[in-house]
Design a protein. Structure first.
Length: 336
């Protein structure tokens, strides 16, 4: 462990021969068994692409309010588009941030399971056509990083290298471009409240020099400041389920910056197809003996099917969208 509170892993070790790759897989397994979070360097994401993404984010949030609200997520039954400050909730409390949500570009479908309603087109700002280009490039590069990580995880857990590829189907990705405006309150404010991610894998890019992310370790909140050239990586509830708690999803939160500062971050969520069910991995005996079981939280059930997990999170986080477009789903949940 380093003074950064989280391990630092170098993805490029996977390309430096069998010994280096084995060392990376060992450290990857240890980090996500012990902490659930780590820093990842060596991803091949260049400084130029990072700078273009940051500028595109700042340009979007600097648009006139009317331009941003023209793609507000309450107009999308698929939970896409812009969320104004205070428009999202975690654990029932308002998050102090604004954001744009971008998922796979698909035609909407009707019928089938409730989670099919998450499938549909994105909403792009007409005043900023370049946003789509840089987000697409970012998505494609990080998809490659995520697949490489998952293959390393599969081997580290005693499975075949293509284990996750076989069970993922058409990945369900989500990119959030988030701005945390500064607060001048005397006490720390909830940029985003404590939560666990609902899927498999998250790659988080944070504006250089901007803190605020905290991770829960041994019942205490520790800071996870950005590291130049690194992503913050964490696992979600579905990977905890698939390993029966050998790997553990970890609570994390963001504290708002002090006014007049602000903070840009871009989480990339890489998850299975909505209808995919990740089977429980048959761990080697020495690992299975250390599996702690899936955390039992009656207020936050973990579902085997990814779409159920994703829908649960979206309905909770965006009650205005849920009430406008999906009152039948809310009623069904209330009755169950």
């Amino acid at each position: 462990m380093s003074e950064l509170n989280l391990p630092v892993l170098d993805l490029s070790l996977l390309d430096e021969g069998p010994d280096a790759a084995a060392r990376f897989r060992h450290d990857l397994r240890a980090a996500t068994h012990d902490v659930g979070f780590f820093y990842l360097t060596g991803t091949g994401v260049g400084a130029g692409l990072e700078a273009r993404l940051l500028q595109a984010a700042k340009d979007f949030f600097a648009l006139p309010e009317a331009e941003k609200l023209s793609i507000e997520n309450v107009t999308s039954p698929h939970f896409r588009g812009y969320t104004r400050v205070g428009g999202e909730r975690t654990q029932g409390r308002v998050d102090w941030r604004e954001q744009i949500d971008i998922g796979p570009e698909r035609a909407a479908i009707t019928g089938g399971p409730g989670y099919n309603r998450l499938i549909g087109p994105n909403l792009w700002p007409g005043a900023q056509p370049e946003l789509k280009d840089v987000v697409t490039e970012w998505h494609d590069h990080l998809t490659g990083v995520a697949r490489k990580l998952l293959r390393a995880w599969a081997l580290a857990l005693g499975a075949e290298e293509q284990y996750f590829d076989r069970h993922f189907g058409d990945p369900q990705t989500l990119i959030k471009i988030v701005r945390y405006p500064g607060k001048d309150d005397p006490t720390p404010q909830q940029g985003v409240g404590a939560h666990k991610d609902s899927g498999v894998l998250t790659l988080l890019w944070v504006e250089p020099g901007k803190g605020g992310l905290q991770v829960e370790r041994d019942g205490e909140w520790v800071d996870a400041p950005p590291v130049p050239g690194a992503f913050v990586v964490n696992i979600g509830e579905l990977l905890e389920y698939a390993t029966q708690g050998y790997l553990r999803a970890t609570n994390h939160r963001v504290i708002s910056p002090r006014f007049p500062d602000e903070r840009i971050s871009v989480p990339f969520f890489f998850n299975p197809a909505l209808d995919a069910r990740l089977p429980i991995i048959e761990l080697p005996a020495e690992l299975a003996a250390e599996a702690r079981g899936v955390e039992d939280d009656p207020t936050n059930p973990i579902h085997a099917t990814y779409g159920e997990n994703a829908l649960k999170s979206r309905l909770r986080a965006h009650p205005d969208v849920a009430e406008r477009w999906h009152p039948d789903l809310l009623a069904a949940r209330a009755a169950s």
